[in-house]
Design a protein around this ligand. Structure first.
Ligand code: FE
Length: 183
């Protein structure tokens, strides 16, 4: 075989750069792509207000598996909430600092924290922090509790979705604008 023929054969056999050629499986849900997902100072309409100083930017609202991924933004110091998790949480801090009264560590940009199902903790933003932003992957729900575990309220992917829909409706995008994030 000549060198030219061998090169041609090698090219034909090299499947590494060929995209998958078959249909995706039936029933598969569409992917989601959020450009600038970690941008904290972009379009303010992306941020769903929860209170005067607290807002979140939803990235996926997975109602079929009961989890959501969002960036929480807090622009006030002090105690944010005390809550008990029914599922695991993964937290990546992007801006500012925060901690739990129940732990020694303090989360700063670039840090990762795992919050185990069952844990109750109290989120605090230190006095000298004007803004904290953290990406949370939250599975299941969490219950707001008093210091002795008495339930005061709850949050889950459905309360988040409801807030997102109301926000999009209020600012003129329409509640259905949330559908692109639901899976
Ligand atoms: Fe938590």
């Amino acid at each position: 075989m000549t060198e030219t023929a061998r090169t041609a054969l090698d090219t034909r056999l090299d499947t590494r750069k060929i995209a998958y050629q078959l249909p995706q499986p039936g029933g598969m849900v569409p992917d989601i792509f959020v450009g600038g997902a970690l941008a904290l100072d972009g379009d303010e309409r992306d941020w769903v207000p929860q209170s005067a100083d607290v807002a979140f930017k939803p990235l996926v609202l997975c109602v079929s598996q009961g989890y959501y991924v969002n960036i929480l933004r807090v622009r006030a110091a002090g105690v944010l909430s005390r809550h008990r998790h029914s599922g695991p949480v993964h937290a990546f801090t992007l801006r500012g600092r925060w901690r739990y009264l129940e732990h020694e560590w303090e989360a700063t940009p670039g840090d990762y924290a795992f919050e185990p199902p069952g844990e109750t903790h109290t989120l605090v933003v230190p006095d000298d922090v004007t803004e904290m932003a953290t990406l949370f992957h939250v599975t299941g729900g969490y219950t707001y509790v008093d210091p002795y575990g008495q339930a005061l309220g709850y949050e889950d992917v459905f309360t988040k979705l409801d807030a997102v829909r109301r926000h999009y409706e209020r600012i003129g995008l329409g509640a259905a604008h949330a559908d692109r994030l639901i899976r």
